[in-house]
Design a protein around this ligand. Structure first.
Ligand code: S3P
Length: 180
């Protein structure tokens, strides 16, 4: 098989990482380059629920949101698409199991310090809407870094790269991944 044919092997990357790491925006660019649709799991949940994420958290609580998230993940994995997940997707063992069964999973790894400036005061992110964003991100990173690592086939050092470099690094990885 020559490189051209190998580069056409179907691949459906799933992006994970803390909020603000660029899963949606890099996912959008990645989808264009791979000529695939982008499925943004948060948008998918919002569409199905007919409510915003802050509304779901406020009216039903985080546990209900997490159940919706697992349901949505089950529905979209296996689609030939780029999938951008929400930052907390790895908190559930069921979700981690699903992710492990659908490689490649790409972790956009960024420090809480890098992320805090990007998302501080974002009212669409209930987990950091109140209180100190950096402190909350540090708390989340301590819990979630090992979980992202468990699921990831590729770790992108997001904090060291701009979006263009990040996209190229992911494309390079995908090219290697396709060759098995
Ligand atoms: C969450 C991240 C959000 C969204 C929800 C919970 C989290 O997605 O799913 O607010 O637990 O980190 P983004 O990572 O796209 O902000």
């Amino acid at each position: 098989m020559d490189d051209q044919i190998i580069d056409n092997q179907p691949v459906s990357p799933i992006l994970v990482g803390l909020m603000g790491s660029g899963k949606s925006s890099i996912g959008r660019r990645l989808a264009v380059r791979l000529k695939l649709p982008l499925i943004d799991l948060d948008d998918y949940i919002v569409e199905q629920a007919g409510r915003s994420i802050p509304e779901i958290f406020e009216q039903d609580g985080e546990a209900v949101f997490r159940r919706m998230e697992t349901g949505a993940l089950r529905q979209v994995v296996g689609s030939h698409a780029v999938i951008a997940t929400g930052g907390g997707v790895v908190m559930s063992e069921t979700n981690r199991h699903i992710l492990k069964q659908h490689p490649p999973v790409i972790w956009l790894k960024a420090s809480p310090e890098f992320l805090a400036g990007r998302i501080a005061g974002d009212s669409n992110r209930p987990l950091i809407a109140a209180g100190d964003a950096l402190e909350k991100l540090q708390e989340l990173a301590a819990i979630r870094y090992p979980l992202y690592e468990q699921c990831a086939d590729f770790i992108l050092p997001r904090g060291d790269m701009n979006k263009t470099e990040a996209l190229q690094a992911i494309l390079d990885f995908i090219s290697v991944f396709r060759k098995g």
